[in-house]
Design a protein around this ligand. Structure first.
Ligand code: GDP
Length: 303
């Protein structure tokens, strides 16, 4: 909880700082106040549609409750943000990992978003929870990706199944599934290539990988996690849409939340993609991976 709050420091400072300034400037709720509030929320990357809706709801609430002073709106805004997040769907953010048998987690996302780091962090977290973890180096495209995953494998002490650079990702996944089955692995975490330049290739590659997983293991993959870099704001959302078209995504990992004032993107993602944020990256260290909690998140914005 403390880590989660600390990781949101930049977003919170910017968000509640601006909100405080706004409330100090406009004591009474009026049209100008709403306009500035709208602008401020858009800057926090909550997403234009979500902001419009929020502002409409706030206007209604102001009328309904006959609210005159802007300071009375703090609580209403936070309540509305939580509601907006939660009404987008169930807030189940725990990973779908069963206690018996092999679980497969597929990671997707554009290069540089923090995919490899997140895989390393998750492998560490699961290992600490007593799971037998294995990694599959199916990003055979990016130079150095396999070695980078091996560094994490060594660090955490888990095996990495690989082939040489340029080999068929589906073949790596096939090998990894066989190895995982024979070695009684609980969780197989699969890296995949993140090039977006060629959407058709990306789609073909991901669907081939998925087909292998689905064929080799019923009910797998158990999770398809897309990693999004929070510092890229609305761009990250666009990337997510492209991946969403390429493959079904079951959850989002929002990385680098510690490095941005635009943490509102978590709400935009939830709203526009209908996919829950399941994990957040709050730093470069191995322990800087946390389960996402929407209440903690929204209230974290207000300090
Ligand atoms: P990949 O290309 O998607 O596999 O990205 P990497 O895992 O190599 O990460 C790219 C950079 O982002 C590295 O310098 C990581 O240390 C850094 N990074 C990853 N996650 C986080 C995070 O949650 N917070 C911060 N501040 N940096 C991160």
């Amino acid at each position: 909880t403390e880590k989660f709050k600390m990781g949101l420091e930049k977003t919170r400072d910017s968000f509640s700082g601006k909100l405080n300034a706004l409330v100090a400037r406009y004591r009474n709720v009026d049209e100008d106040f709403f306009e500035e509030l709208e602008e401020m929320l858009i800057m926090a990357d909550i997403g234009v549609n979500t902001v419009m809706e929020l502002i409409d709801e706030l206007r209604d609430e102001v009328k309904l409750r006959n609210i005159k002073e802007t300071s009375a709106l703090f609580e209403v805004i936070s309540e509305k943000l939580v509601a907006i997040y939660e009404e987008a769907g169930e807030v189940e953010t725990t990973l779908n990992i069963n206690n018996d048998g092999l679980n497969v987690i597929l990671f997707v996302g554009v290069n540089g978003v923090g995919k490899t780091t997140t895989i390393g962090k998750l492998a560490n977290k699961l290992t600490k929870e007593g799971k037998n973890v294995m990694l599959a180096a199916a990003d055979t495209f990016r130079a150095g990706a396999i070695e980078q995953l091996e560094v994490w494998g060594d660090r955490v002490g888990v095996p990495v199944i690989k082939q040489k650079e340029g080999s068929d990702p589906a073949s790596v996944i096939f090998d990894a599934l066989q190895a995982a089955k024979s070695r009684n692995v609980d969780v197989l975490i699969c890296d995949t290539a993140g090039r977006l330049q060629n959407k058709v290739n990306l789609m073909n590659e991901l669907s081939k990988v998925r087909r292998v997983i689905e064929r080799e293991l019923p009910n797998a993959p158990h999770e398809v996690l897309q990693v999004i870099d929070a510092t890229t704001g609305q761009n990250g959302l666009q990337q997510a849409k492209v991946f969403g078209e390429a493959t079904d995504v079951s959850g989002i990992v929002l990385t680098k939340l510690d490095g941005t004032a635009k943490g509102g993107i978590a709400l935009a993602i939830r709203r526009e993609l209908q996919v829950p944020v399941k994990l957040v990256g709050l730093g470069e260290q191995i322990d800087d991976l946390q389960v996402f909690d929407s209440n903690l998140f929204v209230y974290g914005l207000f300090g």
